[in-house]
Every structure is written in structure tokens, then in C-alpha cells.
Design a protein around this ligand. Sequence first.
Ligand code: TYD
Length: 219
Amino acid sequence: MTERRRGYFITFEGLDGSGKSTQMRLFAQRLRAAGHTVVETAEPGGTRIGGAIRSILLNPKNQDLSPTAEMLLYFAARAQNVDELLLPALGRGEIVLSDRWTDSTYAYQGHGRQLGTGVVVALDRVACRGHNPDLTIWVDIDLDAGLERARARNNETGATSESRMDEQEFEFYARVREGYLELERLHPGRLRRVDGSGTPDQVAERVWSAWRGFADSHV
Ligand code: TYD
């Protein structure tokens, strides 16, 4: 990597159960082995205050959280992350990896909850102030496979007693995936779709070649 003052900001995106978190971990290991300094973060969360916001968002008792309030909380956590973690790390020339970022809000709240994407883009300008990812790895999986994996994980952890995927849930995730497809059309240079099927090692190879493709033209 040639000398550059600012580091790189790379995000991982995908449906629940896509395996993106595992892939981000494997990618971080490989970058470190190649000599890079890597900071890992996640949304919602990533900072102490973001963690407190995450617990409001993911608390099953908060079923009455309004969709707009939910969206603003995702951005509140992200704004804190920008100031506390992202900008300082980029300033040190490090590579920041985030498990989800604004593309998740675009896909889940903008498309999934049908709040519209214009408002997501506007709020991103307020919360992130133009500090957008340099590269986004979208780990794409087939809808059924993803929901199957997410359900199996919930059953293992006992996170939810209701594991039956109803039609409404399927339609929600279908809209979320549409959101990611739209982002791919809008940002073909930034967003690289990686096939999430196969073993974690197979997917990791695809992630690495997406990074190499980016690095060859940018780094
Ligand atoms: P995450 O912690 O990444 O869980 P998983 O590994 O299961 O994907 O995300 C938790 C949930 O939050 C997930 O269902 C996606 C959702 N989410 C949004 O709806 N909007 C957002 O902006 C973000 C960051 C996450």
C-alpha cells in the first residue's frame, strides 16, 4: 500500500443470516496478516453510547418503537461512531471495517419499512457528513437460505420462540434485498456484490478478490 494520509473505510452489508459478520472477521484477519492496521466496528453499536442505543433498538419489549424513531436511533448511533471512532482512525491512516452502515438503513428502513430512501440519504448527510464508505462488500444470499440460517441461529440461542417465517416477514426481506439491488445500481463503483453461497472459506476468497479489485485501482 502506498503512503496515504487518510485510511480506508470498508463496510459489510447483507441480509440477516448472510454470513457478513463472519466474513468481516476473516477479512480483518487477512488484512492484519498483510500488515495493515485494522479497526473493526459495527452498527448499531460500535461505541459505548451506540451500544446503549443498540439495546433500545433490539429490545423485544420495544415493539412500540415507531419506525421513524427507530431510523433516527440508527443514525444517532452512527453519528457518534463517526466522531468517536471512524474519523480518528481514518486520520491515523488505518483501515476501518464496519459491520453494516447507512446502506442497511437504506435497505431496511427505506425499503423494508417503506419510509422512503430520500429521507435516509438526507439523514446520512446530517449524521455522516459525507464520510461514506470507500468500498462496500455486499454478501448476497438467496432469501430462503438467509432466513433459514437466521432462524437456525435464533433457535440455537433461544433468542426467539417464534421461528415460523410468515409471509409478511418474507415480503419485508424481499424489499430489503431490493434495496441492496438498487444501491448496487446506484453505486456500482463502491458496492461490490459477493456471492454468499458455499463455505465461509469459499466466500472469504471472493471477498478477498473484491478487495484486490478495489485495491488495484485505488490503493
Ligand atoms: P446486526 O447486528 O448486523 O445483526 P445480524 O448479524 O443478524 O444482521 O443487525 C441487527 C438488526 O438491525 C438487523 O436485523 C438489521 C437491522 N438494522 C436496520 O434495520 N437498520 C440499520 O440501519 C442497521 C444498522 C441495522
